[in-house]
Design a protein around this ligand. Sequence first.
Ligand SMILES: Cc1ncc(COP(=O)(O)O)c(C=O)c1O
Length: 418
Amino acid sequence: MFLPESIRDDFPILSREFSDRRIIYFDNAATTHKPRQVIEKLVEFYTSYNANIHRGLHYLSQKASEMYEEAHDKVAEFIGAKERRSIIFVRNTTEAINLVAYGWGLRNLREGDEVIVSTLNHHSSILPWLEVAGIRGAKIKVVGVTSNGRLDMDKLREMINRRTRIVSIVHMSNVSGAVTDIAEIARIAHDHGAYIVVDGAQSVPHMPVNVRDMDIDFLAFSGHKMLGPTGIGVLYIRLEIIEEMGNFITGGGAIKEVHYRDDKFIVEWARSPWRFEAGTPNIAGGIGLAEAIKYLEGVGMENIWRHERSLVEHLLKRIDEEGLEEHIRILGPRSLDRRGGIVSFTIEEMDPHATAILLDREMIAVRSGFHCAQPLHEELGFRRGSVRASFYLYNTLEEIDLFIEVLKRMTSKTRTSS
Ligand SMILES: Cc1ncc(COP(=O)(O)O)c(C=O)c1O
């Protein structure tokens, strides 16, 4: 059995004292902490083989290029992709989805085509499609959620048709924690000749994800949400559709050859992924991400998934046992079926930001507001947003118990003051 206590020492920030207290970090959906192994890898890069990649014949450049290329291979293996060509390094999930919208959408969407997004999505997998569909005259269709914050699959089945070109869906909601059946949506999308774009920002870090098992076309995720550095993210593109991609960001590094002859430029693009990674990339970030993946694999994605769900189970059980459920309104499924380690809630009439500030005074870090998913909150009647506790492999049952004690005090305070 995996015990979080066995790895906590790897995370220097978790043992840091803030006014004699340690932080309880429940803001992992926003970003995660980094283990020593990742931090040391970044130091190793800058102190041992710092150089630009693919631009030098000298030793340092060769070594940096090799490490950066191998990082792509590590990512490919981690998500079950066949080849490095499918793995594009970008800055984050947001940039990855923009790369699909501008790279694929701008070139391939036509007037009258349809793009399906969901209110379950993070803004990052809605807004790029609004922009590009707007430019191309395509129509946006929106699939809503059920009352417990899951994608409304029946509605999706009704909505999809032969005009649908893209279905852009979040895998695990960063608010409700609900996990959508992506393999089933991929099947429905492909039956109608559409592609599926999966926002894996909250799934890839927390559960085993295999692009080939799910048979998906695009997958976006961020390194900083999976123990890696900030500024590095990934777009997976199914091999067979890479050539349908137009360019989004071009420049140095994206081409094999460029000539200016007879008054015009002739460009031969580099092979993927380099064609889509123009300019000096985040070399250290890519290498750091590969190290983070090695760390996650060392613990085991199944173990991480199981552990986080046991934390949610414990939290929901304690809320119930302590009679808190009449004071705490949860946005999301109560059952553990297809659900990850995120619990969003409000306490009675208390403003979510006020709740987060009170929790911060107890050294419990959560996020408050709309978590970049305002349509979802509005659809479910959480007009002022919610407070979000999101867990990762280093969180413990003891931290959940401390959290419950604070929630008990907070609800009794609101009871006596109202
Ligand atoms: C589901 C989901 N999608 C997209 C994003 C955007 O990630 P990033 O800010 O790393 O681009 C987030 C981040 O919170 C997220 O949770």
